[in-house]
Design a protein around this ligand. Structure first.
Ligand code: FES
Length: 617
């Protein structure tokens, strides 16, 4: 599958898209507005553009829309031009400017939700006009040609007559799902979910304006079954009833979040017509009632990569009866729908720069693009970043140390040698993932850890770093660095500290990740310095200090400004597919475009991994 280059005038935007994508979609994906009321379905004949270089076949719709002279001049309907060659496209000014919304990493999304409403003032039937109720409705919808749901046929007679034939038609994609009394065109909502293993986030979107009406988050109710996907998959393998209970817990979580955002925004459940769901492959399978077991054992095969739209009741949600959920497709068992959503939201497929996307977590997903090709992989980083397997590790909650700065010039016995940033400004209780990365990076920077990750001796410390030496201590046989001592004579066991084994855990985690991206760089023949931007994504990665990530070698050694926190890109991707039906095609197109590289397959994995354990000089 090749790519074609499109240049849009007068905006001057150059974009690259997979061949076969329509000019209308290519423009829409890149935030360039082309006039339309049908949303690219080939029925409104408003999406007129002129091809000033390159050409496209003339369709029967083009013949009906343009004169022969205009056709010769290159005029076409943009949604009917399937790109096959590079094109220069002149876009006329809009007759009616549609609203656009900025989401993800600077992505402009033109508002064209699948959920459409049309207010209809119908003529009442007479003996000389005996059209059926449904024909009367469809005749009045001039710019769309929807199919009709049985629910509408059932309610039409009553609703039309009770509302004096003034009704609002609700259309999802190409299906008329409801007629509502009166004019409800400004009440159109959808809920975007980021279904994480740990945390679930819901955003209620006002589809008329593209803006969030309310946001809520909570811990995934599946926590009692374990903190990561493997323990939850194992639970279903050991106990036949576990899958059902895990599904119920996922549904309960989605439901309480829905109630919370609806209450906050004063929106009725029946005003929500669509749901977007971005989750990793295991969370998606559990929520949909798909057996997750094959995801947990080699060769790690999914039941399906993409899903049809499903009624929201399948997710345990009670919203509009015709509402449906759009489920993100997955690239592989360990590069799931959350990452596809993240790629969509960060525009990995439509940027000419070489970019690296790293979602840091227990399972770390890595995506690399050279502007043409995209490759991805998953690296098993282990629980260190979530505070697991770390002696004083904890989740990023009140009392967690998240920022650490060491002053190597501090005089002996001075307290200012160690500066801590603590979540909630309370007494430190432990160390969260970003604190762990900071601590190790700082200890390596000042020289308390050598490049192999070992603490220097007490004698070396006393000589070289008198202000920090007294922080070196031991718990049992293990050497530790004390970050916080609650009282001057508190035993080390009661302190918040970083142990030699903690340092090793982090080294293993970062080595797995850097092995992942270095192998991907090899796939695309790139050097680390070629990377123009590194996106740190996910609920953990977004909070990492870029400087510390570089210091320990978690990301390539690059100018710190090239390392960008991407935020919750999975949730942003879920918003995008609700705001624009065209973005859905973009998510599905990623499945074709991205090459998945299996790390455990690589004969050079172990050697590379060992090479990556040390801290970069
Ligand atoms: Fe409506 Fe092309 S967008 S006809």
């Amino acid at each position: 599958t090749g790519r074609v280059a499109l240049r849009f005038a007068p905006s001057g935007r150059d974009v690259r898209v997979p061949a076969g994508v329509s000019v209308f979609d290519a423009a829409s994906w890149n935030g360039i507005a082309i006039d339309s009321t049908c949303g690219g379905h080939g029925t409104c004949r408003k999406c007129k553009v002129r091809l000033t270089s390159g050409s496209a076949p003339i369709t029967s719709h083009d013949v009906r829309t343009f004169s022969q002279g205009e056709l010769d001049d290159g005029w076409r309907l943009a949604c009917l031009v399937r790109t096959a060659v590079d094109l220069d496209v002149d876009v006329p000014p809009l007759v009616t400017r549609p609203k656009a919304s900025t989401v993800g990493v600077g992505r402009q999304v033109i508002l064209r939700p699948a959920v459409q409403k049309r207010f209809l003032e119908l003529e009442e039937p007479t003996l000389s006009d005996q059209r059926t109720d449904i024909v009367r409705i469809l005749d009045a919808i001039t710019d769309l040609e929807p199919r009709v749901d049985l629910a509408v046929i059932r309610s039409a007679a009553r609703v039309l007559r009770a509302a004096d034939f003034k009704v609002t038609a609700v259309i999802i994609d190409d299906l008329l799902v409801d007629i509502e009394p009166g004019d409800t065109t400004d009440r159109r909502f959808a809920i975007a979910y980021d279904l994480g293993t740990t945390t679930v986030v819901a955003t209620l979107l006002d589809l008329s304006t593209g803006t969030p009406a309310a946001v809520a988050s909570m811990l995934n109710g599946q926590q009692p079954f374990g903190g990561d996907v493997i323990t939850r998959i194992s639970a279903t393998m050991m106990d036949d009833s576990a899958a059902g209970r895990l599904r119920e817990l996922a549904h309960a979580t989605l439901n309480s979040l829905a109630q919370e955002v609806l209450a906050e925004a004063g929106v009725a459940p029946t005003e929500v017509y669509e749901v977007g769901l971005a989750g990793n492959a295991t969370m998606t399978a559990l929520a949909l009632g798909i057996d997750p077991e094959p995801l947990g054992v080699a060769p790690f095969v999914m039941s399906a990569a993409s899903f049809p739209p499903v009624p929201v009741a399948e997710l345990g949600l009670t919203l509009h009866p015709g509402a449906r959920a759009v489920i993100f497709p997955a690239l592989g068992a360990y590069v799931g729908g959350d990452i596809v959503a993240g790629m969509l939201a960060s525009g990995m497929d439509r940027d000419k720069r070489a970019r690296l996307f790293v979602d840091v977590g227990t399972n770390c997903e890595i995506v690399l693009s050279d502007g043409e090709r995209i490759v991805s992989t998953a690296a098993p980083a282990g629980p260190a970043f979530e505070g697991g397997a770390i002696r004083c590790g904890m989740r990023a909650a009140d009392g967690a140390i998240e920022v650490i700065t060491l002053d190597p010039a501090a005089p002996a016995g001075a307290p200012e040698g160690v500066q801590l940033g603590v979540i909630g400004d309370v007494e430190p209780r432990g160390l969260c993932g970003s604190g762990l990365v900071d601590a190790v990076a700082e200890l390596a920077r000042v020289g308390l850890l050598d490049s192999s990750g070992r603490f220097i001796t007490d004698e070396q410390a006393a000589e070289q770093l008198p202000g920090l030496a007294d922080r070196l201590s031991a718990v049992g046989q293990e050497r530790v660095f004390v970050l916080y001592r609650p009282t001057p004579d508190a035993p080390t066991e009661q302190c918040v500290y970083l142990s030699q084994r903690d340092v090793r855990e982090l080294q293993f985690a970062k080595a797995a990740i850097s092995t992942g991206w270095s192998l991907l760089l090899g796939e695309l023949d790139l050097e680390p310095r070629d990377i123009q931007q590194v996106l740190l994504a996910g609920s953990f990665g977004s909070y990492l200090s870029p400087a510390s990530a570089i210091r320990i070698g978690l990301v390539p050694k690059l100018p710190v400004l090239r390392i960008v926190s991407a935020g919750n890109v999975a949730g942003e991707g879920a918003k995008m597919v609700l705001l624009s039906a065209r973005e859905r095609a973009g998510a599905e197109a990623l499945l074709q475009e991205v090459k998945y590289v299996e790390l455990s397959d690589r004969p050079d994995f172990n050697d590379r991994f060992v090479d990556q354990l040390a801290f970069p000089g």
